[in-house]
Design a protein around this ligand. Structure first.
Ligand SMILES: [Zn+2]
Ligand SMILES: [Zn+2]
Length: 168
């Protein structure tokens, strides 16, 4: 839980609440390399609190082509709306779990940060633009190894044999 208290902006004592901290562990699915720095501000808009985030760090992700791990920069800005938990509308509140201002004026920033990083992890992650991936036949990582599956002319390529016959 990474809580920020927004009572002061809800009570109009301040126009914005700034925050800055670093996170070492976030979620089992996000492999942070070193601390993730989180900073930003919260402001009130109507009956909601809008939080503007800036997150910076490094994570270890899997290449979708060669399945090897590589280091990926995290450097993003995003915002999230938090709704005050004084509505008598429990149906509506259910969908907002994790995005509420509690009765003490606290908001928990963890879920928004995890979602932001996880959504990006759903994109195609490549260790490099020139990643050769895995050999579809033997499964070797072609960035590190050379297999003979498609170099061997005697292999699966029927035309290789034909060209040999012609040479004779
Ligand atoms: Zn790769
Ligand atoms: Zn192969």
């Amino acid at each position: 839980m990474f809580k920020v208290n927004v009572s002061n902006i809800l009570d109009n004592n301040k126009s914005q609440e700034n925050f800055s901290f670093s996170i070492l562990n976030l979620s089992r699915n996000i492999d942070l390399l070193g601390p993730l720095s989180v900073s930003g501000k919260a402001i009130v808009r109507g009956s909601s609190v809008i939080v503007y985030f800036r997150i910076k760090g490094n994570e270890r992700v899997t290449c979708d082509k060669c399945l090897d791990f590589f280091e990926c920069d995290i450097d993003r800005e995003f915002s999230q709306e938090y709704v005050q938990n004084d509505l008598d509308d429990s149906d509506n509140l259910e969908g907002l779990a994790g995005f509420l201002v509690d009765d003490k004026g606290n908001i928990d920033l963890e879920k928004a940060i995890i979602e932001e990083i996880s959504i990006n992890d759903l994109n195609l992650n490549l260790c490099s633009d020139s990643c050769k991936g895995l050999c579809p036949k033997c499964g070797l990582n072609l960035n590190k190894n050379k297999c003979s599956c498609y170099n061997n002319k005697e292999g699966d390529n029927p035309f290789a044999k034909l060209s040999k016959l012609k040479e004779k």
